[in-house]
Design a protein around this ligand. Sequence first.
Ligand code: SF4
Length: 347
Amino acid sequence: MKKPITEISAPLVSWYQQHERSFPWREDPSPYRVWVSEIMLQQTRIEAALPYFERFMQTLPTVADLAAAPEDVLLKLWEGLGYYSRVRNLQKAAQMVMRDFGGELPDKYEQLLTLPGIGEYTAGAIASIAFGKRAAAVDGNVLRVMARLTDDATDVMQPQNRKRVTALVQSIVPEQHAGDFNQGIMELGETVCLPNAQPRCSECPLFDYCAVAGLERARDLPTRTKPKQRRVEHRTVFIVVIDDKVLLHRRPQKGLLGGMWELPNVESDHAEDALSQWGVEAVDTTLLPNGKHVFSHVEWHMEGRLVKAKRLTLQPEFQLVSKEELAGYALPTAFRTYSDILKEDVL
Ligand code: SF4
């Protein structure tokens, strides 16, 4: 006979307190550090995020520093993490905190939810971890652990099912140690109740509470509908060199990679007319290797061209940049194949 799931908090919290891995945002869980770490970890593995987190905190140690940071500094700190809207929202939220909350991140779940980029999960994580409030924080790890604990095969991609699981977790989060409870389930999901693998049930503190403990069936949970297939775009990326400088283009503020500087590129069908429209004339063209980048809804399949060119009349959204100046620009990782070539002897 299994023990009731409503009683998991004590064994979970005690397990977490003995097994938690040490990370900088756990050693000093100030609201600001917890917040920045949670936003960074939304699409990035912990190991990959660590150096970014340290650099971010050294450069912008307070909410006020983040609110006042020039955009180029901000994007440079985020370069390589992708999904730049996250850091833009982080800054907008910091400005709101300075304006509306006296420079201190609010401690109430509902107030946190009003800040740009903070959804239910992040609000729950900050409220519980940084302020000790009784709030659920349900991410993919928690959905998996809960689906296994309760042998729930309903589709976790469906909002009504997530809502139900969130309500269940909310009813179990303890008054004391809410942050340790939330981090405990996530930690369990990352180190014991593993995704896409047979979980290590024999090491699990919740074995006696789990409906599928030790069963092969655990591996098949949770159930997810397959995401839609991504659209494929064929693009031609240009490294245009004029007088030892490279041509960069600023993307429109709205949409994919909004407002970022990039290597000029077009859909491959329009590659032949592109240069004259940008205000340059090719003198010599060399083909570059192909590249590929996967965004959440679209895949770019890229071919590259290195073009030595003459300047005609540049359009305002373009800029010529020297090799030294280039270091101050955060080119999106989508262009890595070509920005690596730029580091070679092209300029
Ligand atoms: Fe996951 Fe196994 Fe623990 Fe159940 S007993 S929560 S399946 S690790």
